[in-house]
Design a protein around this ligand. Structure first.
Ligand code: GLC
Length: 467
């Protein structure tokens, strides 16, 4: 199709977003869990990275020899940073060694502190779009954490006595701050080592996580108790991805699955969503697929996480294909296999330039509602990328410049499936299920990338509720 006309067609579809976002103010309540933490964001230049690598005396050979995706010493940390910088990808590695964590802190410091963890990020975003009540699960909430929550009275958590209050006003004095280091790099930045030049292909980040509570999936019983008597529209969960098999992670997942099942049985009207998140430990990844995915109604996932899941459901060949050609067509096949193997009713994938939702034909959210929700999510995500914020004022600043990459992917997908309407209306079908696909909004030079996927998934879902 003629590109400008195609682009304009989609730009026009985006015009309904402001009205649809207004409807969110009528939504009663959403709960987010289980991980909230503090993100210490630090920008790392190629030059600074070079200095750190040289100080540690690491060669390129050593840097590229990765035995574990965990941080047990300074060298592991530098290997992770080198890998993500040179490939322009995002990864999160766990650090359990307090002295290495202190070393990272001393060497890098940070530029700013902000909300972290899928649960925390989604709570902030959802409260800023005006949902009446957003309950955030926090397993640690000292003042330093409270300061990262937006100063919104509709964003509620629990103090040490179990009293519900706006999260930003709480100070659980005995809790320790859980700080994750977010090492960000810029696209095009250069790292020169041993006469070789490495150019960072895409702005991205490496996360070094030291977090004794979230890593044990400690649940705040005050939150769990209080949620039983709340009429929630949605429960949005995440935070299993940082567990480790060697630290009892599988048993923790099984225990959590029982709690979620109980919660879900007591709240049959509530939709439960799981945000998959980047999960390095293979045993944990498998346990999430086997124990958590089948009991929720919906999952959110990005292209990398999709490929990761394929690896644990015996789909190595397809994983390889998706890795080599990360196209919408290959990824759609991938999410359909994940859907088939786990029985999950709704899968939403967010990839560069495009979102796709594949769901059961009788799912409670209609295709049109999903479509509207996804458009809203793209606008809110664009506001976040552009300004770092998702309040009304920042959302209004978004220009609906539809992503060319997304349009091309959507067009190729609709041709491959023989469904012209998919490109024109964003609605189609795949195998036994319904499909919605939309090109997103492009933001050149985003201010921030962390929490983008969480924002997209949460918004697509809650904005899809008919009100
Ligand atoms: C992971 C990280 C957290 C970060 C989040 C962003 O949960 O642990 O630090 O804020 O991902 O999606």
């Amino acid at each position: 199709m003629d590109t400008p006309i195609f682009k304009q067609l989609w730009q026009e579809k985006y015009q309904i977003v402001p009205n649809n976002l207004k409807k969110l103010k009528k939504l009663n309540a959403v709960a987010t869990g289980f991980n909230a933490n503090i993100d210490a964001v630090c920008f790392l230049s190629g030059q600074k990275l070079k200095a750190l690598i040289e100080k540690a005396g690491l060669t390129i050979d050593e840097l590229t020899h990765i035995e574990r995706k965990q941080i047990l010493d300074e060298k592991d940390f530098l290997k992770g940073v080198f890998k993500t910088f040179t490939l322009g990808i995002a990864e999160e590695w766990i650090c359990e060694n307090e002295s290495v964590y202190e070393w990272i802190r001393a060497e890098l410091g940070y530029d700013k502190l902000q909300i972290g963890g899928q649960g925390g990020i989604m709570a902030n975003v959802l409260s800023s779009v005006g949902i009446k009540k957003v309950f955030a699960h926090t397993n640690s909430l000292p003042k330093m954490q409270a300061d990262t929550f937006l100063k919104n009275d509709n964003l509620i958590s629990f103090d040490e006595n179990g009293v519900a209050k706006p999260a930003y006003l709480i100070d659980r004095k005995n809790d320790i701050p859980l700080i994750h280091f977010i090492i960000e790099f810029k696209r095009g930045d250069i790292l020169e080592l041993e006469g070789k030049t490495f150019k960072c292909p895409r702005a991205n980040r490496f996360i070094a996580t030291y977090d004794p509570l979230n890593l044990k999936l400690v649940l705040d019983e005050n939150f769990m108790r209080a949620m039983k008597s709340e009429k929630l529209d949605f429960v949005i969960l995440s935070g299993f991805h940082a567990l480790q098999e060697k630290n009892d992670g599988i048993a923790l997942i099984k225990k959590a699955a029982e709690r979620i099942k109980e919660w879900k049985n007591a709240a049959p009207e509530t939709l439960f969503h799981l945000e998959i998140a980047s999960t390095q430990d293979l045993g944990i990844r498998k346990a999430i697929v086997q124990n958590i995915v089948p009991i929720v109604d919906s999952v959110g996932i990005n292209e990398r996480e999709t490929i990761d899941l394929l690896e644990v459901i015996d789909q190595k060949a397809l994983a390889k294909r998706c890795n080599e050609q990360t196209t919408a067509e290959n990824l759609l096949k991938a999410i359909s296999i994940i859907k088939e193997k786990t029985g999950i009713k709704r899968v939403q994938l967010h990839m560069f330039g495009l979102y796709m939702t594949l769901q059961d034909k009788d799912f409670v959210l209609s295709l049109e509602d999903n479509f509207n929700g996804m458009l809203c999510a793209a606008v809110v995500a664009a506001a976040k990328a552009k300004t770092g914020k998702t309040d009304d004022g920042s959302i209004k600043k978004v220009v609906y410049d539809v992503s060319d990459v997304g349009l091309i992917e959507l067009d190729s997908l609709s041709i491959a499936l023989g469904q012209p309407d998919l490109a024109l209306k964003g609605i189609g079908h795949y195998r036994l299920w319904n499909l919605v696909a939309i090109p997103t909004i492009l933001i050149e030079n985003p201010l921030t990338l962390v929490g983008m996927g969480d924002t997209i998934s949460a918004l697509s879902l809650v904005c899809a509720k008919k009100m």
